[in-house]
Write a protein that binds this ligand. Sequence first.
Ligand SMILES: Cc1cc2nc3c(=O)[nH]c(=O)nc-3n(C[C@H](O)[C@H](O)[C@H](O)COP(=O)(O)O)c2cc1C
Length: 405
Amino acid sequence: MSDAERAAGAAAEAAGTVVGTNFGAYQSEIYLDGLAGRLPPFTTDPTALEASARERMEPGPFWYVAGAAGSGATARANREAFDRWRLVPRMLRDATVRDLRTTVLGTELPAPVLLAPVGVQSIVHPDGELATARAASALGVPMVLSTASSHTLEDVAEASGDGPRWFQLYWPNDDEVCAGILKRARAAGFTTLVVTLDTWTLAWRPHDLDLSYLPFIRGVGTAIPFSDPAFRAGLATSPEEDPVSAVLRWVSLFTGTDRSWDRLPFLREHWNGPIVLKGVQHPDDARRAVEAGVDGIVVSNHGGRQVDGAVASLDVLPEIAEAVGDEIEVLFDSGVRTGADVLKALALGAKAVLVGRPFAYGLAHGGEEGVRHVLRGLLADLDLTLGLSGHRSPAELTPESLRRA
Ligand SMILES: Cc1cc2nc3c(=O)[nH]c(=O)nc-3n(C[C@H](O)[C@H](O)[C@H](O)COP(=O)(O)O)c2cc1C
């Protein structure tokens, strides 16, 4: 911790904020640093982050992160949906002392925020998932590690130290490979399994197509299967000797096979922790998830990267929360950029949110430090906006906290 961090922490503590979830203190730290002539490492404005990252990234990686399916209509809709809701601040409610902590499926979160699974992070920064794991762990925020990681899950687990770890599965169509990966994830200390349903094949993504840029077929984002004994057993030669054949096997295993509800028991058999289904957008699918005995869902449209023209994820959140919110944990992602966005999603029924592109842009700006800056900024904004709108904890947000714009 820097001297400025300590000073800012002490100042906020004196003002009565809860220690440990004292995220608003990042604001004082930045202003105090300014007295010593130091500016933040890069912008604190979430709406300027993408443009700033673009200046630092090659076109292929930048568009892989920023791009969306088809015309981009779903990605735009995700943002527009947030703009249609406004917080209604309440006054004189003694919100000086705040506690942002919450518990999701046995994982204690310092705030209702997780890092969404984002694959192939080494296209953004050479340290990739290792940097993200360190930054998330330093703040106690769970990182959801993607199956498409550019580092092995054992290495990412080590980088995350004592931090909470969740693992996201892209469900391979080979049961042995699947079981092997799940076993390794459990052994490496990942507690919760997030199964992504909406990306069993890649959508039509014009930005990537125009640049003919797909990281996987260049061997990036394949570290987990390439280091997996069951995957390697299916190859005539090792991925080190013959990367092209290994990539082709990866393609045939990890893309192109949709699953059905009756296959979920297989995952339960091979995972003895909580299971969360990611990509749910319809209340009937949410009810089906409850019937299937899973523990949670992520209401998500993959940040608009899969079904072009799909409904905004926030627009379906209330009906899904209404349908199953009392029975399983409802998480949310797609379009979250600011503290106010987090509060809106909580008010509409989410227990916590996942954030994707913003932290990837942080990674592009400066590896671990960059992710930390973006995350601390979001959490500070969340903390301050929570208090200024008259709330002391995330649980106080209800639909009554919002009005239609
Ligand atoms: C570059 C990139 C890679 C992603 N990789 C994965 C992945 O490997 N697994 C997954 O479930 N979702 C993946 N996602 C989707 C995110 O988990 C999340 O649903 C989405 O980014 C949320 O929207 P946001 O970017 O607007 O916050 C990826 C998203 C991006 C931007």
